[in-house]
Design a protein. Structure first.
Length: 342
C-alpha cells in the first residue's frame, strides 16, 4: 500500500527532522508531513484513492480527514443550487446549505409504528421534488442510524426527475466488504456518496471517503474540498483510510463470523429489524424499560452505546467484537431488565 509504505520507509531512515510537525516524531514517528525532496506525498495519495475507489466501484474517490461532514458540504457547494433532504438529516446538510447560500428543503416522511422516521420511498421522493421543483439535488440517508437501507428505485427516481442524487452513507462504509453479508451501498450508484470510514472500519476518527460518479461534479467538488479543507492533512489519517478499505475487503470471513454472532445475539434480546446486521438496536420497551433507563443501567456496568432514544438503545458492532462480547452484552441487558421487573 502506497501511503503506508512511504511513511514506513521514511521512519526506517531514522532521519533528522528539521521540518514540521513540531514534535519531531516524539508524539508518534509516523506523524510526518510533506517532504521537500518531493518523495512524499508526490502521487502516493492519488494512487491510494484510485485503489480504494475500485474497491467501492466508484468512478472517483477522495480521502477526507475532516469527516464525511466535509464531503456533504462539498457536494452541496458543487450542486450550485437548492437541495432537498428528509427529516432527521445530518446537521452538515444545513451547514452546507448555509455555506452555499442555497435553500435546504426538508421533507417529512412521517413516523413508522416503531416511532422512527419512515425510510424514504419513491413516493416520498416524487412528492418532495414536486413540492420543490427548482431544487438541483436530493440528499437521502442510506443506511440510517438504525441500519435501514433505501431502495435502489429511489435513486433512479431522483435521476429520472433530472436531479443530482446525493447519498449520505456515513454508516455504510463497511458494506463493500461482502455483498452477501451486507445490503447494497450507493457508493457506486449515487452521483455523490459520503462514507465515514471511522464509524465502522478500522480507521482513525475524522476519516471518511467521498465517492463521485458524475463527471460534471468532479471539478467543483475538488474546488470545494480545497476551500473547505486543510493544506496539511494528517498522513496517519490518510494511511488509515488506505489500509482500512483494503483490510475490510479482504476480511470477508470475519464479517461472516460477525453476522452469525449478531444473529445469535438478536435471538436472545429483542431488537429492531435492520438491513445492516451489524446495527443492533435493542428494544428497551419490550424489556419493560425506556431507552434512557436501559442505557443508564448499562453505563453503570461500564457499557456504552452509540445512540439512545425513548425506545431503542443502538450499538455498532464491527469485526473487533467477539462472540464473548455479545454474550456479555446480552447478559448485561437481561440482568438490567430482570432488576427492573423485581
Amino acid at each position: 500500500m502506497s501511503i503506508v509504505k512511504k511513511i514506513t520507509e521514511y521512519v526506517a531512515l531514522n532521519p533528522s527532522r528539521f521540518h514540521t510537525p513540531g514534535h519531531k516524531g516524539t508524539l508518534h514517528p509516523f506523524d510526518i508531513t510533506e517532504l521537500v525532496d518531493d518523495s512524499f506525498p508526490a502521487q502516493v495519495v492519488e494512487v491510494a484513492e484510485k485503489e480504494v475507489a475500485s474497491l467501492y466501484g466508484a468512478k472517483h474517490l477522495r480521502f477526507l480527514t475532516g469527516g464525511s461532514s466535509i464531503g456533504i458540504k462539498a457536494a452541496i457547494l458543487a450542486a450550485a443550487g437548492d437541495v432537498i433532504a428528509f427529516k432527521g438529516h445530518h446537521q452538515a446538510l444545513s451547514e452546507g446549505a448555509s455555506l452555499a447560500k442555497v435553500n435546504l428543503y426538508t421533507h417529512d416522511t412521517g413516523y413508522s409504528i416503531e416511532g422512527l422516521p419512515k425510510v424514504v420511498t419513491v413516493q416520498e421522493v416524487t412528492l418532495a421534488i414536486a413540492n420543490n421543483p427548482t431544487a438541483k439535488a436530493v440528499y437521502i440517508e442510506s443506511p440510517d442510524y438504525w441500519g435501514r437501507v433505501v431502495s435502489k428505485d429511489v435513486g433512479e427516481a431522483i435521476r429520472a426527475a433530472g436531479k443530482f442524487f446525493f447519498c449520505d452513507a456515513a454508516h455504510g462504509a463497511h458494506f463493500m466488504a461482502d455483498t452477501k453479508v451486507f445490503p447494497h451501498c450507493f457508493a457506486s450508484l449515487a452521483d455523490v456518496c459520503n462514507l465515514s470510514a471511522h464509524k465502522t472500519l478500522n480507521a482513525y476518527t475524522q476519516t471518511a471517503y467521498l465517492c463521485v460518479n458524475h463527471q460534471a461534479l468532479i471539478a467543483p467538488i475538488t474546488t470545494a474540498l480545497k476551500n473547505l479543507g486543510t493544506t496539511s492533512p494528517n498522513y496517519m489519517l490518510l494511511a488509515s483510510l488506505e489500509s482500512a478499505a483494503h483490510e475490510a475487503k479482504h476480511n470477508a470471513l470475519a464479517y461472516k463470523r460477525l453476522k452469525e454472532d449478531i444473529l445469535h445475539f438478536k435471538k436472545c434480546v429483542p431488537c429492531l429489524a435492520a438491513d445492516d446486521c451489524t446495527r443492533i438496536s435493542v428494544d428497551a420497551v419490550a424489556l419493560g424499560l425506556s431507552g434512557q433507563a436501559l442505557n443508564a443501567k448499562l453505563v453503570a456496568k461500564n457499557i456504552f452505546a452509540e445512540k439512545v432514544g425513548d425506545r431503542y438503545v443502538t450499538f455498532i458492532a464491527t469485526v473487533h467484537e467477539k462472540f464473548a462480547d455479545f454474550e456479555a452484552l446480552a447478559q448485561a441487558i437481561k440482568t438490567s431488565a430482570s432488576i427492573n421487573k423485581n
